[in-house]
Design a protein around this ligand. Sequence first.
Ligand code: 5AD
Length: 341
Amino acid sequence: MNELIEKAKEFHTLTKDELVSLLANDGINDVLFQAADSVRREFVGDEVHLRALIEFSNYCRCNCLYCGIRAENNLVERYRLEKAEILELAQHAAASGYKTIVLQSGEDFSFKADYLAEIVAGIKKLDVAVTLSIGERSYEEYKILKESGADRFLLRIETTDKGLYEKMHPKASLENRKRCLYDLKELGFETGTGCLVGLPGQTVESLADDILFFKELDADMIGIGPLIPHPHTPLRDSECGNLMLSLKVMAFTRLLLPDINIPATTAMETLNPEGRIMALQAGANVVMPNVTAEGVRGKYEIYPNKAAVNYAELSKKLSQIGRTISHKKGFRGRSCRKDIR
Ligand code: 5AD
């Protein structure tokens, strides 16, 4: 088993069968996390990139079974920020030193592509990278957004298991999800995806497929998080996703895609106060602090008790583990090694 991890560390490939047996074996975890940490150091260094997250609308047309802001949850107080409010939050974040602004929302079609494009163009004047996380749109809309200056786009595949995907996402299709991701890649976005760990009925086989899909897409960023059941969703009685398994999926992703950006996700920290630091020592190199105004932040409840980032505490913890906060935009490093391109 340890030889397989050595192989992955050196050649950045594993077969599905190898991934399945490694994911099912907890005896390898320490060796795996050390290998992912050393690949992270070799390919993306010790700097941690911070991305300022602005949650600008919690309206959503989707009904994902796990998500607290699903359309049918009428216990959520819905809000939309105006362009001026979004720009003000972005200005404040840029003035505080953030080099990337992430605009995230539910799938809210009242934000038309042209209007979003104006917001992106306004933020781009601040000399920051802009990431969008607004869900599924048409190629034409993505094109308008790219042309407005947006640099990156996040759209998790959530799961590559077609049956499970369709059960979790009423009226949505895995094909359209993939279509969106390939459109985003083609348009030149740095494209982020990822999965949930702990969906009911999910298997290690399907997690192995998820990791291989990230590689097939050549994703530029991967966010992985455990499921945290929300009380006002159909998954209210499900168990929480397993933090260790989430860290393992993340660590294998680092071994197979050595030069990408990988966040230590908020869901990991929500399950364990040390979750973020554990992730940063098992392959992650990004943290995404929420900079949405206090007044509306509580309403963007994808899952309960979302952890917050305290900047002073984070920078202290980072220095304790030999890491520093980056002051660069933190694009994916283009490796000169052809075996991992
Ligand atoms: N628990 C954990 N993560 C969740 N997400 C949505 N709902 C939950 C939940 N209950 C994740 C999805 C989505 C991202 C923005 O949040 O993976 O892509």
